[in-house]
Design a protein around this ligand. Structure first.
Ligand SMILES: *[C@@H]1O[C@H](CO)[C@@H](O)[C@H](O)[C@H]1NC(C)=O
Ligand SMILES: *[C@@H]1O[C@H](CO)[C@@H](O)[C@H](O)[C@H]1NC(C)=O
Ligand SMILES: *[C@@H]1O[C@H](CO)[C@@H](O)[C@H](O)[C@H]1NC(C)=O
Ligand SMILES: *[C@@H]1O[C@H](CO)[C@@H](O)[C@H](O)[C@H]1NC(C)=O
Ligand SMILES: *[C@@H]1O[C@H](CO)[C@@H](O)[C@H](O)[C@H]1NC(C)=O
Ligand SMILES: *[C@@H]1O[C@H](CO)[C@@H](O)[C@H](O)[C@H]1NC(C)=O
Ligand SMILES: *[C@@H]1O[C@H](CO)[C@@H](O)[C@H](O)[C@H]1NC(C)=O
Length: 662
């Protein structure tokens, strides 16, 4: 006979040994859920999720492949799995995958974004890294992404009604989804891939469109293209409830960052016999221009408390964002602070989409990563094998580079081969331009002294006025300048031209498109860019313009000629170029604190925007956009340029040095 204590010790030891053996030999996520064979995909037909016959709670994180250099996809996915997540969620941006009407790019289509667009490879990499996938293909995605992911060329159709049962709009959706789903369908779980569920549209309730047939039609298009996974909608519950949902037809999920129980209870009330899932639990936030970056951060305690409340509810949850990223080039979205959709309330987002989540824009893990890992270890009862992760190397600072080469924007306009004649000013879309800047040039103009240039309607979104190449706008020195001539907030704005009479001058109106709104109804007229109404000088309408698109495409940037030494860097729109040699490929940041407004181009790819009104003062430059040997940076500055291109090894937030107020 053995004593009670000995028995206890023995049992404890056996338990301990089994546990040790098991933890060394835990199954992977896929081994656990697949077992011997795949019999069935995700089921949401009861109050909890079942995958292949086993209960599953979805612990997901958002990671937008198009916002992260593909060299880093695997690293970020492995980190997600190491935190204990079993799923990764991504949107799919239509405007990148169909950059021109009928021209597709899924990784080899030759567009400027080509390298970011191999969505099939991303999804397969997620599976290799032991994660399931939730896919949100839109067509509208919001995502604080230009035009909510819709292609700008849709606006070539004057009568199109976006995000509604409109045959013109739906015709384009059908064609795109056919292409996309031919790649996606084979990647579904029941076909041996990682995709377990897909979302239809996005926060449709925020449109207040009351068009359930639109959602129904979309769901049918998913089905008719071979999508068999469960489909769901997602909306903020406390503001729009089930407005944007199809209760009883598609699973409803919730988006929020606080009031956890209220949100999940409300969600539950719409579908008592279904699982609950937070499709977007906002881990941090993004910045619009002029905002205080610090005030947008979400404190770790708040994140931890609310994440735990979701897990304890219990609910499935997708952390939005888990991985930070970048709104490359011109792809930042915009808000509309007035909801009037008249352009005065446009509120562009910045280039960084760091989001203050568990993994930063540069790939470093944050306190929120550790908190997530700790909570998932506590709440996930399914124990599986998690990978080791390696630390992301810190970013480096390169030496300052003196700028030796310049081209004045005026010279680029003068020599531009593609001048389109137009009687009146017309928006960019009307000439089939989808990106960047547009120039309206008027030649052989005679001006009275103190002539007044008046632009009726709104400038969409920022105009520089040149008279014979001389800049008429004042420098950008305060946030309040955004309320004055030259920016998007004023309707029928005017500026006084030179104080002496001039004959036979050339007038250039250079209009920058600062991005379209990404939220809500997306009224099409108010999303046009450039100038849309008449231009007057001293009450005489100006006609017979030349329109010159400046879209800053890679091939165009690469072909720029006429570089000369820097002659004038004060108040003159110009491009500046430096070259530098890189021996070890490392991440860095370009420090734009001394610049005012414009864009940065790295090896012909538009990296992002400069805007001294902040808060972003550094542009993340991943090693993958550099090459060993010679590299080239071009900066387009609207106003005045400093003497050097400078770098940083971290983000800097605040105002640029030209902004006087603080
Ligand atoms: C799955 O979860 C439900 C609800 O918690 C529970 O009733 C059921 O027993 C679970 N099934 C298995 C096989 O664990
Ligand atoms: C949500 O939470 C905030 C902060 O705790 C609180 O001020 C607000 O009243 C809550 N809203 C609702 C609808 O419960
Ligand atoms: C920015 O916000 C932080 C946090 O709310 C605050 O402490 C700081 O004073 C603000 N800075 C400015 C310049 O308003
Ligand atoms: C645009 O919206 C703003 C904010 O609601 C309003 O003050 C302004 O009058 C509107 N402008 C026009 C031209 O409708
Ligand atoms: C996260 O946890 C790891 C391991 O405990 C630790 O080394 C690291 O410093 C933590 N990171 C942060 C940002 O708290
Ligand atoms: C305006 O810029 C956005 C990117 O911010 C781009 O998607 C859109 O197509 C541009 N529109 C035009 C007409 O150039
Ligand atoms: C006006 O200026 C252009 C170029 O600057 C020149 O070619 C043209 O001859 C001038 N016309 C007159 C009438 O002076």
């Amino acid at each position: 006979m053995i004593s009670y204590n000995m028995a206890k010790l023995l049992i404890f030891s056996i338990f301990f040994i089994i546990r040790t053996v098991l933890s060394e030999d835990l199954p992977t996520n896929y081994e656990h859920f697949i077992g011997d064979e795949i019999k069935s995909g995700l089921s949401a037909d009861q109050s909890y999720f079942i995958l292949n016959g086993k209960n599953i709670t979805i612990f997901s994180g958002a990671f937008h492949y198009f916002r992260v250099h593909p060299n880093y996809w695997r690293d970020r996915l492995r980190k997600m799995r190491a935190a204990g997540l079993n799923t990764v969620e991504t949107y799919v941006p239509w405007n990148l995958h169909e950059p021109e009407n009928g021209v597709f790019d899924f990784g080899s289509g030759g567009s400027d974004f080509e390298q970011f667009l191999d969505v099939e490879r991303f999804i397969k990499t997620a599976q290799e890294e032991d994660l399931f996938v939730l896919l949100r293909p839109g067509p509208y995605i919001c995502a604080e992404w230009e035009f909510g992911g819709l292609p700008a060329w849709l606006l070539d159709n004057a009568n199109i009604k976006l995000r509604q049962s409109d045959p013109i709009y739906l015709k384009f959706v059908f064609r795109y989804f056919k292409e996309l789903f031919s790649i996606i369908a084979p990647l579904q779980f029941t076909n041996g891939g990682p995709i377990i569920a897909m979302q239809v549209e996005n926060e449709y309730g925020n449109t207040w469109n009351h068009d359930p047939d639109y959602l129904r039609t979309l769901a049918q298009v998913f089905r008719s293209n071979g999508i068999t996974t469960p489909l769901y909608t997602s909306d903020p519950m406390l503001s729009v409830g089930d407005q944007g949902a199809l209760p009883g037809e598609l699973l409803i999920t919730a988006n929020f960052n606080m009031n956890v129980t209220e949100n999940l209870d409300k969600l539950h009330s719409f579908q008592v016999d279904k699982p609950t899932m937070a499709m977007e639990f906002w881990s941090g936030w993004f910045d619009h221009i002029t905002e205080n970056h610090t005030a947008n951060l979400v404190p770790i305690q708040r994140y931890e408390t609310y994440y735990e409340e979701i897990l304890a509810y219990p609910s499935s949850v997708n952390i939005y964002m888990f991985v930070g990223g970048t709104n490359w080039g011109f792809m930042n979205g915009a808000g509309d602070v007035t909801y009037e959709m008249n352009n005065s309330g446009l509120q562009p987002s910045v280039t960084s989409y760091d989001y203050d989540g568990p993994i930063t824009e540069q790939g470093q893990i944050s306190e929120k990563f550790n908190a997530t890992k700790k909570l998932l270890a506590k709440y996930n009862t399914v124990k599986t094998k998690l990978p080791e992760i390696s630390e992301t190397p810190a970013a480096v600072t390169f030496d300052d580079i003196k700028i030796e080469q310049q081209i004045l924007l005026k010279d680029i306009i003068d020599s531009h081969p593609n001048k389109i004649k137009s009687n009146n000013v017309i928006p960019m879309e009307a000439i089939g331009q989808n990106f960047g800047y547009i120039v309206y040039r008027k030649t052989n103009l005679n001006l009275n002294a103190h002539a007044i240039l008046k632009i009726t309607g709104y400038v969409r979104d920022h105009v520089l006025v040149l008279v014979d190449g001389k800049l008429m706008n004042p420098a950008l020195t305060s946030v309040d300048d955004l309320n004055k001539f030259g920016y998007w907030r004023l309707v029928d704005s005017a500026i006084t031209l030179p104080n002496q009479a001039l004959t036979n001058v050339t007038l250039d109106l250079i209009v920058e498109n600062n991005s379209r709104t990404n939220f809500g109804i997306l009224n099409q007229f108010n999303q046009l860019k450039g100038l849309t109404e008449d231009v007057y000088i001293d009450d005489n309408i100006i006609q017979n313009w030349e329109l010159i698109p400046l879209d800053f495409k890679k091939s165009w940037n690469n072909a720029l000629t006429g570089w000369h030494e820097v002659k004038n860097r004060e108040l003159t729109p110009a491009l500046y170029k430096v070259t530098f040699t890189v021996s070890e490929l490392r991440d860095t940041y370009i420090n734009v604190q001394e610049w005012q407004k414009g864009i940065v181009i790295i090896n012909n790819f538009v990296l992002g925007r400069i805007f001294a009104v902040g808060p972003q003062q550094t542009l993340y430059l991943p090693a993958g956009l550099l090459k060993e040997g010679e590299n080239e940076i071009i900066i387009f500055e609207h106003f005045s340029a400093p003497e050097y291109v400078k770098f940083s090894d971290k983000h800097i937030w605040g105002y640029g040095s030209s902004i006087k107020e603080l």
